[in-house]
Design a protein around this ligand. Structure first.
Ligand code: AMP
Length: 509
């Protein structure tokens, strides 16, 4: 007789099992089945797990189990040193991971918090100075705290590097190495590295970080979740909006995560969809952290029909049962397609991923199919002329068609305008069409570099003759851009931070 795997058989403490049951989890996912016993045994792990596989509980539950004997109610910060450090590449992922840890650990008595850039560091200082056993952080902000001596890493017993491939993409590896230099020696701590893909560079990093790791892989490299129903429509760019509106209305879609390539395009599309009558918001790197959290919360709470997002802003988003991902524009790097559609079909749920493909984007679709090693089903265009015809004239102008005048303040750069007004018979002026995959990767990295979480570029090299690691940390980092130094509105920041912001000094613009 075969019995279903259960959490009870994994050897976790009752306080943790109770929280897991309250989260509604009945069966451990494959990564959890494999990782939990290995982490409980104190071994290092190299985990190959795609987003949405349940990997946070895969490492979070055994970490809580191992640290629980240290839980205490002492008010002394010295009794609450950081014992587990979890690094993530983006703020959104950091927030989600810490929320999960807090949920799973609510009966353990252990303290956790999250620190990330883009908000006033003073909001975070009282919490970290008060002492936490589990710290989730983005690398740049953690270094800021180390500089301010608000965080000490000398007692870290467990170190987790989450989404290591993203860390690499975003140029965080030098910062991670600086952080690793401040941890106790590798042999004295447990190290867990998770990555959706394993490039040569990730393997190199793993060699430096991990001590005889157990390799755990639950999904093949570069595979899309099998539970995602992928399809595409071939449709000219100027007709995409009408088709999107039609699909959302005709199929009664709600919670559609809609990807575009640029921040400017995200804002514009969100405004246009609002005018079309869809409840829409946008998240991208130019929005304040408060605005991003607000949009995300509304989306997660099911209050939005469409959330328009750029790749960077959507990194690591975890939305329970997200039904639909729409690729309004295809990414120029095929791996990003996998990350995008990985937002849906998570933890075994089914999901839909629809791509709207302009003729100029067909080459990207071909690259994606090559990476997926399968064809994406191409639908015949449905009749969506109804929506087109019923658009008010002002809205039709908004569609950016011939003779349309973009709104003041959102006109495209000169070169882009010139290419848009080129005669129809000429090939489309798509600069990416002439670039190589390497160029596009570079272009993508430049986009990541504009993410406020990106480590700041240090203009002055270390002085010769000095040890490079520690002095770097002591060097003053320039302040964050003014637009980012804003407190989150009440109710939108994670509880721990919110408590801190209540007590924080006024924010300097
Ligand atoms: P993660 O890959 O850690 O981001 O998890 C993806 C989603 O799966 C999250 O929404 C979790 O709450 C959910 N999840 C994690 N483990 C389980 C489980 N064993 N059963 C059901 N849902 C789970």
């Amino acid at each position: 007789m075969s019995s279903e795997p259960s959490f009870d058989g994994l050897g976790l403490r009752p306080e943790i099992l109770r929280a897991v049951a309250e989260a509604g989890y009945t069966t451990p996912t494959p990564i959890q089945q494999q990782a939990i016993p290995v982490v409980l045994a104190g071994r290092d792990v190299m985990g190959g797990a795609q987003t949405g596989t349940g990997k946070t509980a895969g490492f979070g539950l055994p970490i809580l189990h191992r640290l629980q004997p240290h839980a205490n109610a002492s008010p002394s910060p010295a009794r609450h040193p950081v014992r587990a450090l979890i690094l993530t590449p983006t703020r959104e992922l950091a927030i989600q991971v810490e929320e999960s840890i807090r949920e799973y650990g609510k009966y353990t008595g252990l303290r956790s918090t999250v620190v990330y850039g883009g908000v006033d560091i003073r909001q975070q200082l009282p919490i970290v100075r008060g002492g936490v056993e589990i710290l989730v952080a983005t690398p740049g902000r953690l270094l800021d705290h180390i500089e301010q001596k608000s965080v000490y890493l000398g007692q870290v017993e467990i170190f987790v590097l989450d989404e290591a491939d993203r860390m690499l993409d975003m140029g965080f590896i030098p910062d991670i190495k600086r952080i690793m230099a401040l941890l106790p020696p590798a042999a004295k701590r447990q190290n867990l590295l998770f990555s959706a893909t394993f490039s040569g560079e990730i393997k190199k990093l793993a060699d430096e970080l991990l001590n005889q790791p157990q390799l755990i892989e639950v999904a093949r490299r570069n595979t899309a979740a099998e539970t995602v129903d992928q399809s595409a429509y071939k449709v000219p760019q100027e007709d995409k909006r009408a088709l999107l509106v039609h699909l959302v209305r005709a199929r009664n879609y709600w919670q559609v995560l809609c990807f575009v390539r640029t921040k400017h395009g995200a804002s514009r599309l969100a405004r246009q969809l609002e005018k079309d009558g869809l409840i829409t918001s946008a998240i991208h790197g130019d929005k304040t952290q408060a605005a991003r959290l607000e949009a995300l919360t509304a989306f997660k709470d099911g209050k939005l029909q469409v959330l328009v997002a750029t790749d960077v802003a959507a990194r690591g988003l975890d939305i329970d049962h997200l039904p639909v991902v729409m690729n309004y524009e295809l990414p120029h790097v095929p791996e990003d397609y996998i990350h995008r559609i990985g937002r849906t079909g998570r933890a075994g749920a089914s999901g839909v991923a629809i791509s709207l493909v302009d003729p100029a984007e067909e080459k990207y679709l071909a690259e994606i199919e090559k990476l997926l090693k399968k064809k994406v089903l191409v639908h015949q265009p449905e009749d969506y002329s109804v929506e087109k015809a019923t658009l008010a004239p002002a809205e039709r102008r908004e569609r950016g068609g011939r003779g349309a005048r973009p709104e003041r303040g959102e006109r495209a750069p000169r070169a882009e305008r010139a290419s848009r007004s080129a005669p129809r018979s000429e090939p489309r002026a798509d600069p990416a069409a002439r670039t190589s995959h390497a160029d596009r990767l570079r272009e993508r990295e430049e986009a990541y570099a504009r993410n406020p979480d990106q480590p700041l570029v240090r203009t002055s090299p270390p002085r010769p003759g000095r040890a490079p690691e520690v002095p770097m940390l002591l060097r003053k980092r320039p302040p964050a851009p003014a637009a980012l130094v804003q407190p989150a509105p009440a109710g939108s920041a994670p509880a721990a931070l919110q408590r801190a912001s209540d007590a924080a000094e006024p924010v300097t613009p």
